[in-house]
Design a protein around this ligand. Structure first.
Ligand code: SF4
Ligand code: SF4
Length: 703
């Protein structure tokens, strides 16, 4: 990974009383070290990628502390790693993107929750829910409930986040239960500071190793029948009461007093949004003093009945703010209050929407209704005025935007995956559109215009498995597209092995760009070796490793081709052959081209250095001859590159805008390839921009 976290790594070394500045997710990273964590693992994914990325790059420092770090191949392997804390007093933390990662990890998590832990375990979840989310919209809360694992949801400020990490380990140990901590996108990226503490070198570590397995063999630590039946009882009879005691004694949930006799119970993670909404309504000041009392749940599971009853019993009404569906927290609160005969009214989803994010607008609207009904003496006119102004802005925006074309997200400029979809589109023009099973990764951008390819998306590495039911029933071979990240995550076993075992057919295109690009270009088993990347400046380094091809051959794939992505004609020929050959069995095309983002990150500093050293440097750029361009834009429909766009036709006698290449072009060559493979007009040209030209270059130019 070419991005360097040098500054962030330095801040991991801060000691007692020094001030840590940075993002929420990096506060978690620091707090893990302050908690004496022995091992850290995880699988990258927004919004928690930085936790692991920083840890991986901080290896030298972590070696000094004796902390083991592992970049796991999936969330399942990360969850299983926590098994180290079942028998040993070693604290462990893992991280991934949820809900998808938690789904993948679910098997190991069930067993871990059943066996229980001796050393504290913390699972840091990037809760990808709401308007910025990119995965199926579900909540991690359901996993906490079904497995009886505890779920923290800290208020999004760095001190609370760091404290909850430390308390999370203690809670885990006090109740022998794994603890999860959900951090929404905004909590991960919120910036702030907190007073740091010295890091704690773990008692069990790579420096202080275990003598061996536990002296006494304890069968009960295996999640295996009959022990599982006892463990199921332990969860509710022993671990749950222990957790509730710890939460209450250490005041993990916070009460903020107010002046009114109506109150709000809020998930800790929503607290900042709530304060902004109260301020908009004129019910709180800028420093967080609210007229309505608030119970902020930094622990959303388990709830402590005494805390809920204590907060609610003298109030005329309580509003529960719980984002997403179903209303787990509200239902549990209703049960507590009903059992205790607490007389006040309970509101929640009756005033707030069931599904989707609680943004500022939703909160202001819901709170207005609540206050209007139960505290009509409060003046909330500033909130009403704000809502009206939002409405006016929306109306204005919809009138303006209606006239604008949609602008879907797309691949980076020069991305190696774009030419593959150009080739697939060209072949589909001849043989008809096949069913295309997509996967998680950058290539999913091909489901948008101008490619519009992709009929299903079933999870990371699942595309080939998702085509298994379609293929036997289709007259045309179904196509599965998968990245090299997805291949190693799940695709090899769930897709390829299953296809081979069932003597399946179909076509699999593996985008071998060298890294898990969509999550920040983390390294894979098949990433090009460091030295190959350095040698290959200006060239694709993805081909420096043959692990994927060797694995497929070893597994028994007979029809296997590796093709350079940017050679559109060759790619189209190979793809056509895969789609039409009478040969039975799985056909795999390994589409090889290094992630352009990663390539440019490596290339740019080297080019800058060459220029500063006065060395001759050549940059390739493509362009369009505006006199030749007919303005039919078939090149754009085959490419979608953001730097291939349109401009006004310079010919006053022609009205259609002409194609043009703007400055960001990285000279990937796709424009030329498409023009050739699709027999487009001859308007594209390839130019070489020479900086620090040699005497020979100058003479040639003069001539
Ligand atoms: S990150 Fe890499 S693979 Fe992903 S769209 Fe950008 S260039 Fe393509
Ligand atoms: S050559 Fe074409 S496709 Fe490649 S970066 Fe330049 S404009 Fe984009």
């Amino acid at each position: 990974m070419e991005r360097q976290f040098t500054k962030e790594i330095e801040s991991l070394r801060l000691g007692d009383g020094e001030t840590f500045h940075g993002e929420g997710i990096l506060a978690v990273t620091k707090a893990l070290l302050q908690s004496g964590v022995s091992y850290v693992g995880g699988y990258q994914g927004a919004p928690v990628s930085h936790l692991l990325d920083v840890m991986v790059q901080a290896k030298d420092y972590l070696d000094e502390l004796g902390v083991h770090v592992e970049a796991c191949t999936s969330e399942a392997s990360a969850a299983a790693m926590l098994g180290a804390s079942i028998n040993y007093p070693a604290r462990g933390a893992v991280t991934w993107k949820s809900i998808v990662g938690t789904n993948v990890a679910a098997d190991a998590l069930s067993y871990l929750a059943s066996a229980g832990v001796m050393g504290g375990t913390l699972i840091v979840l990037g809760e990808d829910y709401g308007e910025g989310g990119v995965v199926a919209q579900e909540r991690s809360h359901a996993f906490a409930l079904k497995s009886l694992m505890w779920l923290l949801d800290p208020r999004p400020n760095l001190s609370t986040i760091a404290t909850m990490v430390e308390r999370g380990f203690e809670l885990s140990e006090a109740s022998n239960t794994p603890v999860m901590m959900e951090l929404r996108i905004r909590a991960c990226h919120v910036r702030g500071s907190f007073k740091s503490k010295n890091n704690v070198a773990p008692a069990v570590s790579t420096l202080h190793k275990l003598d061996g397995p536990p002296k006494e063999f304890i069968y009960d630590r295996l999640a295996h029948p009959p022990a599982t039946f006892r463990q199921e009882k332990l969860k509710s009879d022993v671990r749950l009461p222990a957790a509730r005691r710890f939460i209450a004694e250490h005041k993990l949930n916070e009460v903020f007093p107010g002046t009114e006799n109506i109150g709000i119970v809020v998930q800790g993670g929503l607290y900042n949004g709530l304060m902004r909404a109260l301020r908009t309504l004129g019910l709180a000041d800028a420093f967080g003093a609210s007229r309505l009392p608030i119970l902020a749940l930094n622990v959303v599971y388990p709830l402590v009945p005494e805390e809920i009853i204590g907060f609610s019993k003298n109030k005329a009404a309580v509003l529960v703010l719980e984002e997403g569906q179903p209303e787990f927290i509200e239902q549990e609160i209703a049960t507590f209050l009903r059992r205790a005969d607490v007389p006040g009214k309970l509101h929640g989803k009756d005033f707030m929407h069931m599904a989707g994010e609680y943004n500022l607008e939703a909160m202001v609207r819901g709170l207005s209704r609540f206050v209007e009904l139960h505290a009509p003496h409060l003046d909330t006119s500033s909130g009403a005025a704000w809502m009206q102004s939002v409405q006016r802005t929306k109306e204005k925006a919809s009138a303006t935007l209606a006239a604008l074309p949609v602008r879907p997200p797309t691949f980076c400029v020069g991305c190696p995956e774009r030419p593959v979809f150009s080739a697939m589109k060209l072949v589909a023009n001849d043989i008809g559109r096949p069913h295309v099973s997509m996967d998680v990764g950058c290539h999913a951008f091909a489901s948008f215009e101008p490619f519009s390819q992709g009929n299903t998306l079933l999870g990371y590495g699942m595309s080939l498995a998702a085509a298994a039911g379609v293929n036997p029933m289709s007259s045309k071979r179904a196509v599965a597209v998968m990245g090299d990240g997805g291949f190693w995550h799940n695709g090899l076993l769930s897709g390829v092995a299953s296809n081979l075992m069932n003597k399946g057919d179909g076509v699999l295109v593996i985008m071998k760009n060298g890294y898990a690009s969509a999550t920040g270009t983390q390294e894979l088993l098949s990433s090009p070796p460091e030295d190959a990347r350095m040698i290959a400046v200006g060239e694709s380094a993805a081909g420096a490793d043959r692990t994927i091809e060797n694995t497929l051959s070893g597994l028994g794939v007979k029809w296997l081709r590796t093709v350079n992505n940017y050679d559109v004609a060759a790619m189209a020929k190979t793809y056509r052959e895969a789609m039409t050959t009478p040969e039975k069995g799985l056909k795999v095309i390994v589409a090889e081209g290094e992630c352009q983002l990663e390539r440019q990150r490596r290339l740019k500093p080297q080019v800058a250095k060459n220029l500063a050293d006065g060395k001759r440097t050549v940059r390739v750029k493509y362009g369009v001859d505006e006199d030749t361009c007919t303005g039919d834009h078939s090149c754009i429909r085959l490419s979608g590159c953001p730097t291939l766009t349109v401009k006004d036709n310079p010919d006053p006698l022609r009205r259609d805008p002409v194609a043009t290449v703007i400055d960001g072009c990285v000279g990937c060559g796709l424009c030329g390839e498409n023009a050739h493979a699709a027999v487009l007009c001859p308007s594209f040209y390839r130019a070489e921009v020479i900086q620090n030209p040699s005497a020979w270059d100058k003479l040639k130019a003069k001539l």
